[in-house]
Design a binder for this molecule. Sequence first.
Ligand SMILES: Cc1cc2nc3c(=O)[nH]c(=O)nc-3n(C[C@H](O)[C@H](O)[C@H](O)COP(=O)(O)OP(=O)(O)OC[C@H]3O[C@@H](n4cnc5c(N)ncnc54)[C@H](O)[C@@H]3O)c2cc1C
Length: 399
Amino acid sequence: MTMTADLPVLTAEQLEIRAMAREFAAGEIRPHAEAWDAARQLPDEIFRKVAELGFMGMRVPEEHGGLGLDLTTTLLTLEALAWGDASVALSVLIHGGPVSTCVLEWGTDAQKGAWLPSMASGETLGAFALTEPEAGSDATSLRAIATPDGEGWTIRGTKSWVTNGSRADLLLVFARTGAPDSGAAGLSAFLVPGDAPGIEVGERERTLGMAASESATLQFQDVRVGAEALLGSEGEGWSVARSALVIGRLMVAAQALGIAEAAYEHALRYGGEREQFGRPLSGFGAVQEKLAGMAIRIAGARALLLQTAARAEGEDPGSALAFPSSLHSAAAMAKVAASEAAMWTSDEAVQIFGGYGYMRDYPVERLMRDAKGTEIYEGTNEVLRWIVARDAIREHAGD
Ligand SMILES: Cc1cc2nc3c(=O)[nH]c(=O)nc-3n(C[C@H](O)[C@H](O)[C@H](O)COP(=O)(O)OP(=O)(O)OC[C@H]3O[C@@H](n4cnc5c(N)ncnc54)[C@H](O)[C@@H]3O)c2cc1C
């Protein structure tokens, strides 16, 4: 694997864990990515293997059975998994990013004890259920409702495109506990067992890319949960969701970099091997310009990602709750830069492969399909640009 612009700031331990993740990805993930994409499914076995390395509990502290890795090491590991297969990385990052982060930040001791050890061991797979058919970027307009029911709650509503949705053991569900027009203030978060009666898993979505990762629509038909399911207090749901945004976006950026790096590597190799007009493609200036563009975009995005991760750790190593808006803006920039690097690089890699690039027999078309998703989830790039601009305008105005 060619690592574009490796930073000298990485510690020996970080480099060692990344090397382990890469070796694992090269041996256990990458050789199967094409078959998993065609089958539109990940085998259970890959989750077990990822769990054996402890990668299902990267951010979970050791006291709860996890590896307790710092954010930078986690991102390097995710990038390596995505270099192997973006679908695997997506499943792992949703579980180990937004879901784990919210349980860690908001869980009572009982909730942490109930879920974190089994999430870290991989026995419990987590999913994040926020988006609805009518509530995407404007997630605070969501319509699922949770009504008090004896000691607990009854949840009713529809959640769209839930990654891991059809195989999850734990669903972090956001529902309205306030009035219909209560906006963000009327939302609450719930930890719902994946096998709770009343959850109906819809058909697997037929996605453009990351086809092996499961995106499912979930119907909640009067799903009863106990009082212990409420994560945070009633009405704190949006704060719960927000607490995972910085880490979730940095993780998607890492996933996108893994895709970009893989596409770049394929393009470099093919450009050196394929000959036309009596010389390798990479002997032509037009191809060299593409390769240079890939390297520059990847290096820039990686530098921004690692710098933002270091800042996040420096701000408050113990909690994501204290992140200032400037860090939200930096994470948004990192996600936009990395996802666009992935989209651009994979598109140009297909072009360098020519007709072969357009065929399913070569990996670059899959990488291009996979890359597109990273521009959409964890905040579309348009909404993230809005966040970046809003923060800059506010800062300029001296707020
Ligand atoms: C593969 C995949 C996996 C996913 N996994 C999950 C998951 O696990 N859990 C979950 O809850 N959700 C998940 N999602 C949903 C994802 O978070 C949403 O798709 C995303 O938030 C955008 O919402 P939307 O698709 O409804 O688009 P919309 O919000 O309808 O946006 C459509 C277009 O309008 C643009 N737009 C919207 N508002 C603005 C604005 N204010 N300014 C400028 N442009 C704007 C958008 O950028 C976009 O281009 C997943 C999506 C995909 C594709």
